[in-house]
Design a protein around this ligand. Structure first.
Ligand code: GLN
Length: 392
């Protein structure tokens, strides 16, 4: 008999080689005094009402059974209200489905909307999980390069990719790993190019509150020409520093969201109930200043971290949003490939970063590392001091 337990699906095979974004976290966590600036775990204190809401739900304030597959009605209503207040989107509670993070939301949406073999565009450098989710769903990723060191939207490249008859586009703004924030003009240009196509835009807006230098986050679903084709996906992982809680959502037309919810039901039945309760309370109780303070705090971290990276000799585009810096390390670590460069950085200063080739379709020639700066002040100061010792 064949060794049946050694067989793997063709969908899973591409991801079985490993995931550096995670495995280097395990490596750095085992290094005494190691600092993880690789996997964006977002190690900050969550807001008080959020924790209080979850604790109350666990301590007799709620039942402990499944929630409806689309999420607790109160949370769906609170998300709809937030989408109106902060994002300018007119969506009712029945246009929201709660999912285990934006990743869960994206995966359920891919399965609900597309057929195996469908081509899906994504801007490159891309968040590696976007590409691997497409592969797992049997879809075909079509990378559309952003151009130049400032990751500009390249309309000609977009038009060429569109000619390949794609069914969907993943639009991540603010973007991981580039820190790019798509402007209203760029989104309008995308909308113009999509006119007459049947392409669906799936957004990933998990860094929506982290936009710097006076920029504004524009939800793609508010842009004329995108509104009727956009599915809004986001999460509370980054906004409330709860990456381990897994609460995100998909929002859009009621029918579509219902289909996503039915897929989600079969996959994981519902998202964690106490975590939903915590997020619901946070959405109700946190004042507008919470979100401003979050942005201001991250902008200050960005500035401090970028100053240290520049002093060390890294070359990079200052992120416009999100909490990553994608940096060319050649002047600091030499012309190594990204994985050896990450190991070299760990051995020299006990700091982990993500090898940049995981964000590209063609790894050859990539010479970047992705750092995140979602850590507390003391850790950030220590990381900056260590990085500065690398200066030649
Ligand atoms: N979004 C975070 C990152 O890009 C975390 C991803 C993850 O742990 N899978 O690092």
């Amino acid at each position: 008999m064949k060794d049946v337990l050694r067989l793997r699906s063709s969908r899973a095979t591409p991801i079985l080689a490993g995931n550096l974004l995670r495995s280097l976290t395990e490596l750095i966590d085992a290094v005494p005094g190691g600092i993880n600036l690789g996997q964006g775990v977002c190690d900050l204190d969550p807001p008080t009402p959020l924790v209080a809401g979850a604790v109350a739900a666990l301590q007799g304030g709620d039942r402990q059974v499944y929630t409806p597959f689309a999420g607790l009605p109160g949370l769906r209503a609170a998300i709809a209200q937030k989408l109106r207040r902060d994002n300018g989107l007119e969506i009712e509670a029945d246009g929201v489905v709660v999912c285990p993070g934006a990743s869960g939301g994206l995966f359920a949406t891919l399965l609900a909307l597309f057929d195996p073999g469908d081509r899906i565009l994504l801007f490159e450098p891309f968040y590696s999980y976007h590409r691997t989710q497409l592969l797992l769903a049997g879809l075909v990723p079509v990378p559309v390069p952003l151009s130049g060191p400032d990751f500009a939207f390249d309309e000609a490249a977009f038009a060429r990719a569109l000619a390949q008859k794609a069914r969907g586009l993943i639009l991540n703004t603010p973007a991981n790993p580039s820190g790019k924030v798509f402007s209203a003009d760029e989104l309008a240009a995308i909308a113009r190019r999509l006119e007459g196509t049947e392409l669906v835009v799936l957004t990933d807006e998990v860094y929506e509150y982290l936009v710097y230098d006076g920029r504004r986050h524009v939800a793609p679903a508010t842009v004329e020409g995108l509104a009727e084709r956009a599915v809004t996906i986001s999460s509370f992982s980054k906004t409330y520093s709860i990456t381990g809680w897994r609460i995100g959502y998909v929002a859009g037309p009621k029918d579509l969201v219902d289909a996503v919810g039915r897929v989600a039901d079969q996959a994981w039945v519902c998202s964690s109930r106490p975590a939903q309760r915590g997020v619901e309370r946070a959405l109700h109780e946190l004042p507008a200043s919470f979100y401003t303070d979050l942005r201001v705090g991250y902008e200050a971290r960005r500035d401090r971290f970028c100053a240290a990276l520049a002093d060390a000799g890294f070359r990079f585009q200052r992120p416009e949003g999100a909490y990553y810096v994608l940096a060319d390390y050649r002047a600091v670590l030499g012309d190594l490939e990204p994985h050896p460069a990450a190991l070299e950085l760990i051995s020299r200063v006990r700091i982990n970063a993500v090898p940049g080739h995981v964000f590209h379709a063609e790894p050859a020639g990539v010479r970047t590392l992705r750092f995140h700066f979602a850590v507390g002040d003391a850790v950030l100061d220590e990381a900056c001091a260590r990085l500065r010792t690398l200066a030649r």
